[in-house]
Design a protein around this ligand. Structure first.
Ligand code: PLP
Length: 343
């Protein structure tokens, strides 16, 4: 039996229709700007995100690293949310590639303009690192797929602008934030100088992310992408997958959100489960294992024996993510397995 794979929304495989679109994609050498599919994708995403220009990148991690390199200088300080991807899941890249330190503020992936303001280092005193960038993650992965409140994002970015601080949106799952909030991607991206989105998460493409922002920032990002080894050649095969995903996989994200909600509600009553259902807003379900219950590694191993794959996020924290390759019926099956294991 094929397992029900809830480890991540990155495990999706391209559908037959996506593979057909990839096979038929017009391609050229993207380093000469001659890949028509990549050019089309960049143009379309710039419009979709309400920005002047856009640049395809091989991964969301590279998009974040490039963003840090174009918006900061070595020695600078970046303010972001607790457990943000850039600080937790990029193997120290922010320090190694951009030479910056990240200060985490707020709780559970969210923070307020007041918390941001309090964390800005005073200017004009040479002992302090200059705060030059604020980064918001929407939706927030380790926060459990939380949607960042838009009014707060607007207040944070307005304050940043007034203080001469750049703003960056890590929107790897911005598509999910749009589906959950009913706001367009352009509206969610509007307050920010630069935005990153991923095609390889909920949209189900085999790879690729993109940065969108002012033309001069995208030109600088292009150079940094090259420097990090991320400039590609016949990239249209990837771009075609992303274009197909934008056309066919965006409208169905609400189904993933409904599945995640159903899973969370099914396991919430279990004695071993500690979960805040208010955090289940999109396609991610994160819960803690109650004191005395099994630990995360044990649950992951036992669920695997029953054909359900989960991710251990910390010693006693588990994550399940719904996606394109998990139906409502499979979600219900997985929930039944977890209820048996978690009492
Ligand atoms: C997955 C993810 C990334 C990185 O994407 P990769 O393509 O896996 O490198 C960046 N930010 C967030 C919030 C993510 O969830």
């Amino acid at each position: 039996m094929t397992p029900i794979d809830l480890r991540s929304d990155t495990v999706t495989r391209p559908t037959d229709a996506m593979r057909a679109a990839m096979a038929a994609a017009p391609v050229g050498d993207d380093q000469y700007g001659e890949d028509p599919s990549t050019n089309r994708l960049q143009q379309r995403c710039a419009e979709l995100l309400g920005k002047e220009a856009a640049l395809w990148l091989p991964s969301g991690t590279m998009a974040n690293q490039v963003a840090l390199r174009v918006l900061t200088r070595p020695g600078d300080e970046v303010i972001s949310s607790r457990e943000c991807h850039a600080a937790w899941h990029e193997t120290g890249g922010a320090a190694a590639n951009a030479g910056v330190q990240i200060v985490e503020v707020g709780e559970g992936g969210l923070f307020t303009a007041a918390q941001f303001e309090a964390a800005i280092k005073p200017r004009g005193l040479p002992v302090f690192p200059p705060t030059t960038l604020v980064e918001i993650e929407n939706t927030h992965n380790r926060g459990g797929g939380l949607v960042f409140p838009q009014a707060e994002a607007e207040a944070i970015c307005a304050l940043a602008r007034a203080r001469g601080i750049a703003s960056f949106l890590d929107g790897a799952r911005l598509w999910n934030a749009a589906a959950a909030s009913g706001r367009s991607e352009a509206e969610l991206a509007a307050p920010f100088d630069l935005v990153a989105v991923a095609f390889s998460k909920g949209l189900g493409a085999p790879g690729g992310s993109l940065l969108a922002g002012p033309r001069e920032v995208i030109v600088a990002a292009d150079r940094q992408r090259r420097m990090l080894g991320g400039a590609m050649r016949q990239n249209g095969i990837f771009a075609a997958a992303a274009l197909h995903a934008l056309d066919h996989h965006r409208d169905r994200l609400a189904q993933d959100h409904a599945n995640a909600r159903a899973l969370a509600e099914a396991i919430a009553p279990c004695a071993a489960v500690e979960i805040d259902l208010a955090t289940v807003q999109t396609n991610i379900v994160i819960w803690r294992l109650a004191p005395g219950a099994m630990d995360a590694a044990t649950l992951v191993a036992r669920a695997r024996e029953q054909g359900v794959l989960l991710a251990a996020f910390a010693a006693r924290t588990v994550r399940a993510v719904t996606h394109l390759d998990v139906s409502a019926a499979q979600t219900a099956q997985a929930a039944a397995v977890l209820r048996r294991l978690l009492g």
